[in-house]
Design a binder for this molecule. Structure first.
Ligand SMILES: O=C(O)CCC(=O)C(=O)O
Length: 396
């Protein structure tokens, strides 16, 4: 056999191996390509899952908020507030109280207090000192001063977004029967279990709120989470009100106490809803709120649990108060219990099944003496201050 034949045979012998190797290489390449595709597919699926989860979470949050609002009975549309006259007590209790704010239009115009004017205060009480908040800069830099009403009036007619003055005094009206008598009765507020509180710790029930243009309250829930009232006598108040369930979006400051003799937690947001820093408080964008103007002669009833902030769009005078009734007493009692007013408390075994008045009376009957004593001291020192102011007024 010649060499050429042998080579050919060897070549023929070698070629299947090469073919196999070639096939294996192709297979390897195909495998690698497949693995690439799998990886790319995996990454695409992972990206889709991440985006989907994010969207679902976002949707969930707003769905949760909607569900929460339903849970808190906020079934009204937040697009407007109802203005009601001739509203029956039954309808108020069933539809609005502890559920949704309402403006009552036919009560305040009947009050003699609706005729109060600046001149009336200047003439009769010009020398009386009242508590006045002044702000220069942002809301967190508010300062509280005791100023004679005449001095406050010099400042009350003007203000700017950053500089304003707000008379906020709980004692001025309540200590003057002639002024208190000018405030009429309100059928929706007749049932008031705060009346069962000992005098030393009963909340003052007619706070005078008289502010220059741009003056505003903090964004807050009221003490003891009561139902608030606000009657505008002069001017216009703009409100932003946030239904319950949005503490997270409002960056509510936790663990703050009021420091009242009968203590309670203080629920304040650090946000000024009229001047929001969204870089600092981005979640605030997700809030849902009700916004409206309240005009002179209108009485606003603010449900328990609603954060609210008032903004005086012109010089505005108002009186605020509060109520504890069938619809909110459990919430108020719970606030009192959880604020740690009692070191040790022994309530009767059937406490929870007692009628509301009995529950309130029972809790009040076991209040520690030191709370009442502190209440007495605080009231006394404020009253002494008032006596001093009267003297100052007579001499002045
Ligand atoms: O009128 C105001 O400035 C706010 C009053 C208020 O929010 C309140 O009394 O709780």
């Amino acid at each position: 056999m010649g060499t050429s034949h042998r080579n050919k045979r060897e070549k023929r012998k070698a070629s299947p191996e090469k073919k196999i190797r070639g096939n294996q290489d192709e297979k390897k390449v195909r495998n690698m390509e497949t693995r690439h595709f799998i990886w790319i597919g995996f990454l695409v699926i992972a990206a889709v899952i991440v985006m989907w989860t994010y969207c679902v979470a976002e949707n969930d949050q707003s769905r949760n908020l909607d569900e929460l609002l339903k849970y808190y009975n906020v079934t009204h549309s937040l697009s407007k507030i109802d203005r009601r006259s001739k509203l029956s007590l039954q309808e108020y209790m069933d539809v609005y109280d502890a559920k949704f704010p309402v403006l009552i239009t036919d009560v305040v115009p009947l009050w003699p207090a609706f005729n109060w004017t600046k001149d009336f205060f200047l003439k009769n009480y010009g020398g009386v000192k009242v508590t006045v908040k002044t702000v220069e800069g942002d809301l967190s830099k508010a300062e509280s001063l005791a100023l004679p009403i005449s001095m406050f009036i010099q400042k009350s007619h003007s203000g700017s977004f950053q500089t304003w003055t707000y008379l906020e005094d709980e004692m001025f009206i309540t200590q003057r029967p002639e002024l208190l008598n000018d405030i009429g009765k309100v059928a929706y507020l007749e049932e008031d279990y705060f009346e069962l509180f000992p005098a030393e710790i009963k909340p003052w029930n007619a706070m005078l709120l008289w502010g220059s243009v741009y003056s505003r309250s903090p964004l807050h829930i009221d003490p003891y989470n009561w139902t608030g009232t606000n009657a505008v006598l002069m001017g216009t108040k703009r409100w932003k009100m946030y239904p319950p369930g949005q503490d997270d979006y409002l960056y509510v400051i936790n663990d703050q106490k009021s420091g009242f003799p009968l203590d309670c937690y203080k629920y304040n947001s650090p946000i000024d809803a009229y001047d929001v820093n969204l870089d600092k408080y981005p979640k605030f964008q997700k809030t849902k709120w009700l916004e409206f103007d309240q005009y002179a002669g209108e009485l606003l009833l603010i449900p328990t649990g609603w954060f609210h902030q008032a903004f005086n769009v012109e010089e505005t005078m108002a009186i605020s108060s509060q109520v504890m009734n069938t619809n909110n007493y459990k919430i108020v009692l719970e606030e009192i219990l959880k604020a740690g007013n009692f070191d040790d408390i022994n309530l009767p075994i059937d406490y929870a099944s007692l009628l509301p008045e009995k529950q309130v009376e029972t809790l009040m009957s076991v209040l520690p003496g030191k709370i009442l004593e502190k209440g007495r001291q605080v009231t006394e020192s404020v009253l002494n201050q008032l006596k001093y102011d009267e003297l100052y007024q007579q001499q002045g």
